[in-house]
Write a protein that binds this ligand. Structure first.
Ligand SMILES: C[C@@H](O)[C@H](NC(=O)OP(=O)(O)OC[C@H]1O[C@@H](n2cnc3c(N)ncnc32)[C@H](O)[C@@H]1O)C(=O)O
Ligand SMILES: [Fe+2]
Length: 527
């Protein structure tokens, strides 16, 4: 049997690491040397100095362990710190030249997720990457890892590390927060999930303020974990629900946190999904994941000529053509699935519909109650307010806040998904323009969240639970974008329907929103 033995090199930020993976025996040897800043966070130039001195040594140790010749050299091309990436890139190129073997350029984020897929044997999992400089949820579709949701500001580890720098703890802060949280009790901090995306900036400044005001650091640590990890778990659950998948893997350094793994496991158990997290050595930055993915890519013929092997500090996972996976996942269309499974249970009884937000046991009970209550209140308020703005919505018959249950008038005979037409798409465009003019967004206006009925007006918007007040053009454009994405996932001629929706929008709304929509579409993740 043919043996493939790959040398992997990692050095995007703090870990100078080299590994040898033998894919016949599945033996993996990893040697790492961590950079520890003397004070503060990671200094790019200091980190690069560390790479310069440590990379040759870890490579040598790894090569000493290789039982036989190396077939290819794989290295992290990005994302990461430019000065570090350049040193590792140079080392990889010169080694490939010396050994006279091909070079494999690996995306560090894809490596963080593929190692979980490799170790679990899962076929097509959703992946939550929780690392220092990143935080996103990905799913494979049509030859790429698509970003289903991601942070709107900093990476999750960096957010936590910023807090620990503020309180004077040494880098990295994640493990210290985990330790301190064991002695703490929960306090409320801002929880920000917008659709599938999330943000950490508000929670970080609130955490620093709480500490400055004398809240014990243990309590702030506990609250940080409970809040941030609940956000990640919620988005992971939503991704499972939307794509109809039932496997989840975790990647990245923050994945070493036990509380995060516990929440994800509990969420997965409750929906009958499978969850896998690799061992800590393979979660944090390491060359093992580079070597393992490098071997897979090498076998798929995915090597790069030296001349094209430049580094890319902003290399996004969805830029990578996935050459090593051929299976086609049944097209379900993102964002067209119901959120019922993720957020609430809906029962139809005669002419009324009862929607109940059930407790999520993975969340701290105080946070869980707050979220279910706030969203119930918000849904009632925005459903009503949209109607006063002239947008058809169901009448709210009853609200039971203790049970976080809303009883609505039953509206429409069908989902828009099953009754698409340009006129109806146009009507939805104008509905969205009207609510935006009223200062809020729907938050999840998919073809499943529009009901179609006989009569005039024909289209009724439902499910405002993810809506929020905002005056940001970006948020308005995202609303329209979510609608168009859901058209793309369900219609045979999505372009003409999207054009109709935009005409409907432009007739009532602000043309700056349409301009921003074009800009959003031009950004990588949405292609
Ligand atoms: C681009 C690349 O350089 C970057 N890698 C990276 O950030 O290293 P990684 O090993 O994946 O994650 C490090 C982060 O992981 C956090 N961390 C480590 N142990 C932790 C724990 N027990 N709880 C919470 N966070 C933890 C650290 O505080 C640090 O912020 C990335 O993947 O984003
Ligand atoms: Fe990483």
């Amino acid at each position: 049997m043919e043996v493939t033995r790959i040398l992997g090199i990692e050095g995007t930020a703090w870990a100078a690491s080299a590994a040898v993976y033998d894919d016949t025996t599945e033996r993996l040897f990893v040697e790492s040397d961590a950079y520890q800043p003397a004070s503060g966070g990671i200094h790019p130039r200091e980190a690069a100095e560390h790479m310069r001195s440590a990379i040759p040594e870890v490579i040598e140790t790894a090569l000493d362990q290789a039982e036989g010749p190396i077939d290819a050299v794989a290295f992290s091309r990005g994302p990461g710190l430019g000065p570090c990436l350049r040193i590792v890139g140079t080392a990889a190129r010169s080694l490939a030249g010396t050994l006279d073997v091909p070079l494999v350029g690996v995306n560090h984020m894809v490596a963080h997720l593929e190692i979980g897929r490799h170790r679990s044997g899962f076929d097509s999992p959703i992946c939550l990457n929780a690392s220092g400089a990143n935080a996103h949820v990905l799913g494979f579709r049509n030859g790429r890892y698509r970003v289903l949701g991601e942070t709107m500001d900093t990476g999750v580890g960096n957010a936590i590390d910023k807090f620990t720098r503020h309180v004077g703890w040494s880098h990295p802060g994640g493990p210290k927060v985990e330790q301190a949280a064991m002695e703490g009790s929960y306090i409320d901090l801002p929880y920000v999930v917008k659709g599938m995306d999330f943000s950490f900036s508000g929670i970080m400044s609130a955490a620093k303020d709480a500490y400055d005001e004398g809240v014990p650091v243990e309590d702030v640590s506990d609250a940080l974990q409970e809040t941030i990890f609940a956000m990640l778990t919620e988005v992971a659950e939503r991704a499972l629900s939307l794509t109809g998948r039932n496997e989840l893997v975790l990647g990245g350094g923050v994945g070493q946190n036990k509380r995060l793994r516990e929440m994800l496991q509990e969420m997965a158990d409750q929906r009958g999904a499978r969850f896998f997290a690799p061992e800590p050595e393979l979660l944090r930055d390491n060359a093992g994941m580079i070597a393992v993915l490098g071997a897979t890519m090498y076998e798929a013929g995915d090597t790069i000529p030296i001349a094209d092997s430049g580094i890319d500090a902003d290399f996004r996972p969805d830029q990578v053509p996935v050459t090593w996976r051929s299976e086609t996942i049944p097209e379900r269309g993102d964002r067209t699935g119901s959120l019922e499974g993720a957020e609430a249970v809906v029962e139809i009884a005669g002419e009324t519909v009862r929607k109940r937000r059930r407790p999520k046991s993975y969340r701290h009970p105080t946070l869980d109650e707050r979220l279910r209550r706030d969203r119930t209140v918000q849904e009632v308020r925005l459903t009503h307010e949209a109607r006063t703005l002239g947008v058809p919505t169901p009448i709210v018959r009853d609200v039971d806040l203790a049970e976080t249950t809303i009883t609505f008038e039953r509206v429409g005979e069908r989902d828009l998904r099953d009754a698409l037409s340009p006129d109806r798409a146009r009507a939805v465009g104008s509905h969205l323009a009207k609510i935006h003019a009223g200062g809020f967004v729907h938050g999840d206006p998919t073809v499943r969240n529009v009901r179609v009925r006989e009569g005039d007006p024909e289209t009724v918007l439902i499910d405002f639970g993810l809506g929020y007040y905002t005056d940001d053009v970006e948020d308005y454009a995202m609303d329209l974008h979510v609608f168009e994405q859901s058209l793309a996932g369900t219609a045979d001629d999505p372009e003409s329907l999207a054009t109709a929706a935009e005409r409907g929008y432009a007739a009532v709304g602000d043309s700056a929103v349409i301009d921003r929509l074009r800009e959003i579409e031009g950004r990588g993740r949405y292609q």
